[in-house]
Design a binder for this molecule. Structure first.
Ligand code: CTP
Length: 427
């Protein structure tokens, strides 16, 4: 990031303190930072702190004549290589979306011809509010990069999405945007001086001049729900009914969707797989727990139910069944059909996708299953070979329009192909 110039707008919120660490990391990576502090932001961090960390003057007012003679606000907004708003409050993003310019920060944001990255932080209800959803969508349509907030416990005591991402994640997002600074760029250690400003390798894309993403390549702002892996249905405290699902295909799909910018909730049965980067994982064991986790994750724009859910459960014995008592009589009960239930739900995702693992007559059975379960697409595969637990999969995609046969490919490739199809369908 050597020589890159960041204009950092610090909005008002408890997360403003993380802006201090962000400045430190950016300077360590070789960037120079100029800060603009909003009136709200000044309640949480002082201009003195930001000035000391950035080793640059801090700008707070549109009406400061001294600042205006030294550097006009238009110049300030144009001299940067990237404008970063961190934390971006609900109020600040609403003003940005509406084009309001009633203080220095919002005036700069309207005057800039540079890329803008907004890092939101707010209460979970504010983040999920229709008005904020609308504003985020409008900003993204306008070409502003709005990264997803973290999910977790908030300063206000509530839980959910809205926490400011860690400064390291913000630096990673900045690297993705600034030309020539992607992760792995050599020669970035240390430094910290503003020095000479290296010219970016390619002109940055300006706010308001977003090149339209190719159809089907962008899932930002979408919530995708995935189920994956087997379920385990307990028989007694030590035994379960299980199946051979490895979870690999579902995890690969979650990863591919996150790569296209979606917010992904992955409800995972018992599997020993790492959580894909950027994916929110909810671990469950039984079909009933999976059902509850799916319900809690709604609403979603699309859902892909890959899990091999046990169709049956038994009422588990309270203590270990003993061999001496002879073969147990298990009283079977039917588990909820999560896919069929979701298809009937008033929160049915716009695009609902199921899987069908069959051992013969694959396409015929899957066609019938699509209609019976009420989903839009079924991905059918023949699991009589090595598919379960293996790394390859060959898929028949069954939709209302017909059947597509996908050649055998690694599960990661199948996942990426499906993710692009989903993005296309939701575009
Ligand atoms: N599924 C589900 N809940 C269940 C069973 C299945 O959500 N209790 C979903 C799976 O995740 C998959 C699809 O339904 O997306 C098809 O699963 P499958 O086991 O093939 O369907 P079944 O209804 O169990 O049919 P079969 O009699 O062939 O086992």
């Amino acid at each position: 990031m050597q020589g890159q110039r960041i204009l950092l707008i610090v909005g008002g919120g408890i997360a403003a303190y993380k802006a201090c660490e962000l400045i430190r990391l950016l300077r360590k990576a070789g960037a120079s930072v100029r800060c603009v502090l909003t009136a709200g932001g000044a309640h949480f961090v002082t201009p003195m702190t930001l000035a000391a960390l950035s080793e640059n003057p801090v700008y707070t007012s549109l009406w400061d004549l001294k600042d205006e003679t030294e550097m006009g606000h238009i110049q300030l907004s144009r001299e940067a290589d990237l404008v970063v708003v961190c934390p971006a409050t609900a109020d600040l993003m609403a003003k940005m979306a509406a084009g309001i310019a009633d203080d220095l920060a919002t005036t700069l944001l309207l005057a800039t011809d540079k890329r803008v990255l907004a890092v939101p932080a707010m209460n979970v209800r504010m983040w999920l509010h229709e008005a904020t959803r609308r504003n985020v969508k409008r900003l993204r349509d306008d070409g502003v990069e709005v990264i997803e907030p973290d999910e977790g416990e908030m300063a206000c005591g509530e839980y959910g999405p809205g926490r400011l991402p860690e400064p390291e994640a913000v630096v990673a997002a900045i690297r993705k945007i600034l030309p020539g600074t992607g992760s792995g760029t050599a020669g970035e250690a240390g430094g910290g001086g503003a020095g000479t400003h290296a010219l970016p390798a390619a002109p940055p894309r300006a706010f308001g001049a977003r090149s339209p993403s190719p159809k089907g390549e962008d899932l930002s702002g979408r919530h995708l729900l995935i189920t994956a892996g087997p379920t385990h249905e307990p028989i007694d405290p030590v035994r379960v009914i299980a199946n051979r699902s490895s979870g690999k295909q579902g995890f690969a799909i979650a990863e591919a969707l996150a790569e296209l910018g979606a917010r992904v909730t992955l409800v995972a049965g018992p599997v020993a797989l790492p959580t894909p980067v950027g994916v929110h994982r909810v671990d469950v064991e039984t079909a009933e727990q999976m059902q509850a986790a799916v319900d809690a994750a709604l609403p979603a724009d699309a859902a892909v139910l890959v899990a091999a859910v046990a169709d049956w459960r038994v009422d588990p014995a309270a203590s270990k069944l003993k061999k001496a008592d002879g073969p147990p009589q298990l009283a079977w009960r039917e588990n909820p059909d999560i896919l069929a239930g979701l298809a009937r739900s008033h929160l049915r995702p716009k695009l609902l996708i199921g899987f069908a693992a069959e051992t013969g007559n694959v396409v015929e059975i899957a066609r019938e299953k699509r209609l019976r379960k009420g989903c839009d697409w079924i991905l059918a595969n023949d699991v009589s070979g090595e598919v379960m637990g293996g790394d390859l999969n060959s898929i028949h995609l069954i939709t209302a329009e017909g059947v597509e046969h996908w050649a055998e490919a690694p599960k990661a490739d199948v996942a990426r192909r499906l993710a692009r199809r989903i993005a296309d369908a939701l575009a």
